[in-house]
Design a protein around this ligand. Structure first.
Ligand code: SF4
Length: 296
């Protein structure tokens, strides 16, 4: 083949690839808008334009990074159910989970997609192992299916990648995309399945028995593995029950987190970004009509 023909063929392949990517991005955006509208109408919660844009970006970059997995997935949103469980106190419960399955070259892998960051997942692997082992048990023993591997896909951008996206820096972006590894393989075994199901059962008993005692103040002060944040900052500050929680109140008093005293503590609406988002969202959402005739 002449050199010229080879070049033309290469250009054509490149154009085809670009066209595919553009069409795929348009399709993702369309589906995202449809899903967002459905969830907004069902749940009554809206997002600010910026948060909505960030959500869409996360999906598009996730597709770019995980294209191979996304294109080979054989079953999405597979619902796994472990029914008719009974807790030590006699409460009946069902365990349910949703996973993605890829069957390729005689090998089956189960993926659990999480909106967490990869460092957090790696540092707290045991929690994910427990959960995936129950799903594995359902898949292998109740559904009688083959399984060769399990993994968590952590979709949250690493901080450095987010910075490159915000800065719109093509070179950095390419480098950070290369470094980003959202797939974390999780070893699976059946050894601890009974123990994990028992842990779920104890939680069910606590809920049914109205045992809701908060963790100790020491736990609130501890840093969460894989993050630089304390439990109180990462979890409690996002908890709706915090103003009626003894542990958080005690934490606020002994750590001087609220130097402005009780007034500051009781008017703390949480993380500054979240507050801004809520305020902006409310400003963007149309107020409901006061006259029923306006709805007709
Ligand atoms: S504030 Fe919420 S998350 Fe924190 S300890 Fe109290 S109940 Fe638990």
């Amino acid at each position: 083949m002449r050199e010229q023909d080879k070049l033309i063929r290469k250009d054509k392949a490149r154009l085809k690839e670009l066209q595919y990517l553009i069409e795929m991005e348009e399709w993702i955006e369309e589906q995202y808008e449809m899903n967002y509208e459905r969830l907004r109408l069902e749940g009554g919660h809206a997002l600010t334009p910026e948060v909505k844009r960030q959500g869409l970006l996360q999906i598009i970059f996730y597709f770019k990074k995980m294209r191979e997995v996304a294109e080979t997935v054989t079953e999405t949103e597979v619902k796994l159910t472990l029914p008719e469980q009974v807790s030590p106190n006699g409460n009946k419960f069902t365990i349910e989970g949703v996973v993605d399955i890829i069957r390729e070259n005689n090998s089956t892998t189960m993926y659990d997609i999480k909106t967490h960051d990869a460092d957090y997942v790696k540092a707290n692997k045991d929690d994910y192992i427990d959960q995936l082992n129950v799903y594995t048990h359902i898949w292998q023993n109740l559904r009688n299916e083959r399984l060769d591997g399990t993994a968590v896909i952590a979709t949250q951008f690493p901080r450095t990648l987010k910075k490159a996206i915000d800065a719109d820096d093509e070179v950095k972006l390419e480098r950070e995309m290369e470094k980003w590894n959202p797939v974390i393989p999780i070893p699976f075994s059946q050894e601890k399945v009974e123990e994990t199901i028992h842990k779920f059962a104890c939680v069910v008993d606590n809920i049914e028995g109205r045992v809701f005692s908060p963790p100790s103040i020491q736990q609130l002060q501890e840093r969460i593995k894989g993050t630089k944040q304390r439990f109180a900052t990462r979890v409690c500050r996002n908890c709706d029950a915090r103003f009626s929680c003894d542990a958080y109140r005690e934490y606020a008093q002994v750590t001087n987190s609220f130097s402005g005293g009780f007034a500051e503590y009781i008017s703390d609406l949480g993380n500054a970004d979240e507050v801004e988002n809520t305020t902006n969202t409310n400003a963007f959402v149309k107020a409901p009509p006061t006259d029923i005739n306006d709805l007709i």
